[in-house]
Design a protein around this ligand. Structure first.
Ligand SMILES: Cc1cc2nc3c(=O)[nH]c(=O)nc-3n(C[C@H](O)[C@H](O)[C@H](O)COP(=O)(O)O)c2cc1C
Length: 178
């Protein structure tokens, strides 16, 4: 897609700080990975959605297998975000062994070792948008996510990578559950 056609999206979405994740899927013994963003869309059960390009190989494998993993990257993992965010020509490679977490029971998708957390999810449904496909998925297995402050989440803002800054409040001063 040309830069000019994406101008309105860049202007509107550039100021929105988003978590940087690696979405991974696997089917027929092969894996795929893609840098993407994520948001939560249901509490009971916990569900997330990811917007994937219709031509995404990660989307194709998630469709085929009905599952995917979402690893929320840490600030120290910027190089992985860059790597998984570039489409490699030829065959899909998936998460290389050196960075891979093994799938939990009942799943085939790998996770990213050293991520803030990894969520293994079952695909529930898809909603087409104008140029992406929203994949809504239920979280089945959650791994990591300790609030020990040993690393900080990686964020995307104004086309740059950032590390999350300092906390400004005690947990949930207004009572919101998340
Ligand atoms: C910061 C960042 C965020 C991205 N977010 C998305 C996204 O939300 N959805 C998407 O389809 N691609 C996104 N991409 C692009 C994919 O990661 C990239 O096209 C990848 O090569 C797709 O791989 P696949 O076709 O094997 O699935 C993003 C890339 C970067 C660098």
């Amino acid at each position: 897609m040309s830069e000019d056609r994406l101008g309105p999206a860049r202007a509107a979405f550039g100021p929105i700080a988003m978590p940087v994740t690696i979405v991974a899927s696997a089917a027929e013994g092969r894996g795929s990975w893609a840098t993407a963003t994520v948001m939560y869309v249901s509490f009971r059960p916990p569900q997330i959605c990811v917007a994937l390009s219709p031509g995404s190989r990660t989307l194709a494998m998630a469709r085929a297998s009905g599952e995917l993993s979402v690893s929320l990257l840490a600030a120290s993992q910027q190089s992985l975000a860059i790597r998984a965010g570039r489409r490699t020509p030829g065959d899909v490679v998936g998460i290389p062994d050196a960075y891979a977490l093994p799938p939990p029971d009942g799943f085939h998708s790998r996770g990213v070792a050293g991520a803030m957390e990894t969520l293994w999810c079952r695909v529930e449904n898809e909603v087409p948008t104008a140029d992406h496909v929203l994949v809504i998925a239920t979280v089945v297995v959650q791994q990591g996510g300790l609030e020990d402050g040993s690393d900080r989440p990686l964020l995307r803002l104004h086309r740059r990578y950032h590390a999350l800054g300092e906390a400004l409040s005690e947990p949930s001063p207004e009572g919101y559950p998340i």
